[in-house]
Design a protein around this ligand. Structure first.
Ligand code: NAD
Ligand code: AHE
Ligand code: ZN
Length: 368
């Protein structure tokens, strides 16, 4: 079939809107009509050329929601008409990683996914007979996409696509890092570095678990008002204090119990670790740093009890946890609407990237 998609031809160049070819779902695969997709900083990161796994030409996008249009042979859990959220972290429930119960990082299709291909090592997308790469197994910047069954969460049918698409990455990543990865307890002091589409959801998660001090840190002063609405109790602009680590330590009687890096800066990752409390502080890296970047600190920081950790997709097991998070939204337990500051058509998708780079948006959502 033909479908309209935004194609990333080359690193650093704007996407172009094209009519492309899509072949139907093979065994274990599902054809999904994407109804809406968010634009995440990671899409920008890959488009910029900083992602060692970035491949071109590709169909980017990994924060979508839509409807099942067709299923390939051997698909058991989904049928035509089901509402779904594509998962860049699938949940096969059979691999060593899923069975371990220690991680959400299902590896069933990770190697082909990282090569921009479907599990049979081919692409479903092409233009003028030339293949286009998939991205993160989801490629939601195409109106129609093919996704493995294990990478689709079935969600309730009354949930609005243009809001719950954000659960496909940002909402789950932020809230999940608090509740699934860190398991922050009530009364804890939390520091959140970067108050964008991810960090504000970390703030929202910290409020949900009844954290005590929720300290937001951002160089963009415009972020303060929105973060307070989501539960931030203290705001620090690093440009307004001599030393951001000292500022957090002073506010928290020795350091934060938990910190979250939601930027992708290795310099900030170090600050986030070193502002946590001696003996038990835990710092969770969420931000994605460019190829070749490395983190550093004095080992003494770890010897004295701080822990450096990371979180992908908030530690969420997508097929199990995403439908629950959709329920939380529908029950009014979490706010998504306020964070979606811009809606766009696919034709204007490059404007979404511009707004993100300029710090003018929290989340832009493309509605097909
Ligand atoms: P964003 O652009 O919306 O937000 C980043 C925020 O960081 C902005 O508010 C910006 O002003 C602030 N900032 C930049 N430099 C700063 C500094 N030195 N000190 C303090 N604040 C600073 O981005 P986002 O969509 O929220 O994504 C954040 C990061 O998380 C990106 O690296 C993205 O790739 C990554 N990410 C990771 C996962 C995961 O599963 N681990 C999932 C989604 C996104
Ligand atoms: N391809 C990059 C890494 C990108 C990365 O860390 N992705 C996160 C999700 S970001 C969503 O916005 C993730 O889930 N990582 C785990 C995984 O298996 O990719 C690189 O540096 O190579
Ligand atoms: Zn993302």
């Amino acid at each position: 079939m033909k479908t309209k998609a935004a194609v990333a031809w080359k690193a650093g160049q704007p996407l172009t809107i094209e009519e492309i070819d899509l072949t139907g779902p093979k065994s274990g695969e599902v054809l999904v009509e994407i109804k809406a997709t968010g634009i995440c900083h990671t899409d920008y990161y890959t488009l910029s050329g900083a992602d060692p796994e970035g491949l071109f030409p590709a169909i980017l996008g990994h924060e979508g929601a839509g409807v099942v249009v067709d299923v390939g042979p051997n698909v058991k859990s989904l049928r035509k008409g089901d509402h779904v959220i594509p998962l860049y972290t699938p949940e096969c429930r059979e691999c060593k990683f899923c069975l371990s119960k220690k991680t959400n990082l299902c590896q069933a299709i990770r190697s082909t996914q990282g090569k921009g291909l479907m599990p049979d090592s081919t692409s479903r997308f092409s233009i003028d007979g030339k293949p286009l790469f998939h991205y993160m197994g989801t490629s939601t910047f195409s109106n129609y996409t093919v996704v493995p069954e294990i990478a689709l969460a079935k969600i309730r049918e009354d949930a609005p696509f243009d809001k719950v698409c954000y659960i496909g990455c940002g909402v789950t990543t932020g809230i999940g890092a608090v509740i699934y990865t860190a398991k922050v307890e009530a009364g804890a002091n939390v520091a959140v570095f970067g108050l964008g589409g991810i960090g504000l959801n970390v703030i929202q998660g910290a409020r949900m678990v009844d954290a005590d001090k929720i300290i937001g840190i951002d160089i963009n002063p415009e972020r303060e008002a929105m973060a307070r609405k989501f539960g931030m109790t203290h705001f620090i602009n690093p440009n307004d204090v001599p030393n951001i680590v000292d500022a957090v330590v002073q506010l928290t009687d020795g350091g934060a119990d938990y910190s979250f890096e939601c930027i992708g800066s290795t310099k900030v990752m170090r600050q986030a670790l070193e502002c946590t409390h001696k003996g038990w502080g835990r710092s969770i890296i969420i931000g994605v740093a460019e190829a070749g970047a490395e983190i550093s600190t004095r080992p003494f920081q770890l010897v004295t009890g701080r822990k450096w950790e990371g979180s992908a997709f908030g530690g969420a097991r997508g097929r199990t946890d995403v439908p629950k998070i959709v329920d939380w939204y529908m029950e009014g337990k979490i706010d998504i609407d306020s964070l979606i500051t811009h809606t766009l058509t696919l034709d204007n998708i490059n404007e979404g990237f511009r707004l993100m780079k300029a710090g003018e948006s929290i989340r832009s959502v493309v509605i097909y």
